[in-house]
Design a binder for this molecule. Structure first.
Ligand code: UDX
Length: 434
């Protein structure tokens, strides 16, 4: 199949490279010439494990190419995926569809023969109808269908998620389009991945409902963790105790500093807005979003409490800045709130992250940055672990103890065992554990 991928960002690049790896002929389009030139030189603009090799292999084997010319890519494609950004609109939290609508107009102008246009970007319910209207208005005679096919890719594990999905959701009421989509996903379908064909609106909503449910699960266990701290229980054992119930499931029950990233905060907000607009408010999700915002700030106060109630003039070492490991993404990262709270309380913050330093320096120029975990800890009055990078899981605790001015460790990801840390002489504070 000939596939065009509009938007060579995170979702577009991963999806384009994976479709090419299935054997399709994929052309990724982006309006940013610098990005396309870099990709053509073999440089990948994002950090995602395995992506660089996958792109290189498929470019070498002539199944994957990059261009700034949307018309050329669309004219020859049987399926055109829209994978452009849908950021939160300033002021009201609705998803900003400017890029999606522009892509629809550009695609309309270039359509040539029956084409399936697929929204992969996370878009509010009804966006498929609007994309169809835009294209129909511009090209009344064109033969096309608009399908919703949301992505469920986790950053850091996106290639595995694409190639071994729990399910593929395809939203269309058009049989011909459903057949084209089945063909696009044939390698996965043959591999027993469930392929769910629903109405377009159902598919659009399914994506938001999935992310909102996962955000709810995390927020639920985070609140249980707070309660554990008050009553002397262990949240990890509670999570295991409830997670072994198949109806609940063990995943997304790790208590921590609150969820961040490019999806959960933005998508919960957009779903809340859609639900309010349709007078079917989702009060649970409204609460989840509010609790999560408060939690990230509360984590800064937790560090201050661990330091005896004041951090004024103290140096606090922060390990991990990205919203989770194996990404360089700083969007809505809990570290931003933790660090701001500490700085507002008069602390000097020194930080280290294996991949997120470039983005962090741009966002937080008034933080000191260290070259590794031990330099970060040197002479600090406390060490805070905010992101659970593997590189922080097996630190030399003896060296760390000697390096810190005060042996205080606040572990917001529960990557160390309280008894080990105490035995080694640390004052150790974690999440929801006695
Ligand atoms: C998420 C969804 O998982 C994915 O399906 C969707 O398409 C995009 O959004 P992503 O944002 O990459 O993916 O990260 P994910 O691994 O889901 O983690 C999101 C946030 O939740 C992170 O901040 C993470 O630290 C936090 N989290 C996750 C927890 O605090 N506890 C958990 O148990 C799981």
């Amino acid at each position: 199949m000939r596939v065009a991928m509009i938007g060579a960002g995170y979702v577009g690049l991963v999806s384009g490279a994976c479709f090419a790896d299935f054997g399709h002929d994929v052309c990724c389009v982006d309006k940013d010439p610098a990005k396309i030139e870099a990709l053509n030189r073999g440089e990948i603009p994002i950090f995602e494990p395995g992506l660089s090799d996958l792109v290189a292999k498929n470019v070498r084997e002539n199944r994957l190419s990059f261009t700034t010319s949307l018309p050329e890519a669309v004219a020859r494609a049987e399926a055109v995926f829209i994978a452009v950004g849908t950021p939160s609109r300033r002021g009201d939290g609705h998803a900003d569809l400017t890029f999606v609508h522009q892509a629809a107009r550009d695609i309309a102008a270039a359509l040539n023969g029956y084409t399936v246009i697929v929204t992969k970007s996370t878009v509010p319910v009804g966006t498929g109808d609007e994309v169809e209207r835009i294209i129909r208005e511009a090209r009344p005679e064109a033969e096309f269908a608009v399908v919703s096919n949301p992505e469920f890719l986790r950053e850091g594990a996106a290639i595995a998620d694409f190639k071994r999905p729990d399910r593929i959701v395809i939203g269309t009421e058009d049989d011909r389009a459903a057949n084209v989509m089945t063909e696009v996903y044939r390698p996965l379908y043959l591999n027993q991945s469930p392929l769910l064909v629903t109405s377009r609106r159902t598919a659009e909503l399914t994506k938001y409902a999935a992310n909102a449910f996962l955000a709810t699960k995390i927020t639920f266990i985070n609140e249980i963790a707070d309660l554990c701290e008050q009553v002397g229980a262990n949240v990890q054992d509670v999570a295991r105790g409830i997670g072994l119930d198949n109806r609940i499931g063990s995943k997304f029950l790790h208590a921590g500093p609150g969820y961040g990233g490019s999806c959960f905060p933005k998508d919960t907000l957009a779903l809340i807005k859609t639900a309010q607009d349709h007078e079917a408010p989702t009060r649970i999700i409204e609460t989840v979003a509010a609790v999560n915002v408060q939690r990230k700030r509360a984590m800064g106060r937790k560090v201050i409490a661990a330091c005896g109630g004041s951090v004024r003039g103290k140096t606090i070492a922060v390990l991990g800045l990205t919203f989770k490991p194996n990404t360089d993404d700083m969007r809505d990262a809990p570290s931003l709130d933790v660090i701001t709270t500490l700085q507002d309380a008069g602390a000097i913050v020194r930080a280290y992250d294996p991949e997120g330093m470039t983005a962090a320096k741009a966002l937080m120029p008034d933080v000191e940055y260290a070259g590794d975990a031990y330099h970060c800890a040197t002479g600090a009055d406390a060490l805070v672990i905010v992101t659970e990078w593997d590189a922080f899981r097996a630190l030399d605790l003896g060296r760390l103890h000697k390096t810190l001015a005060q042996p205080i460790v606040v572990d917001l990801r529960n990557i160390y065992r309280p008894e080990d840390m105490r035995r080694r002489g640390f004052t150790y504070v974690s999440i929801g554990r006695p």
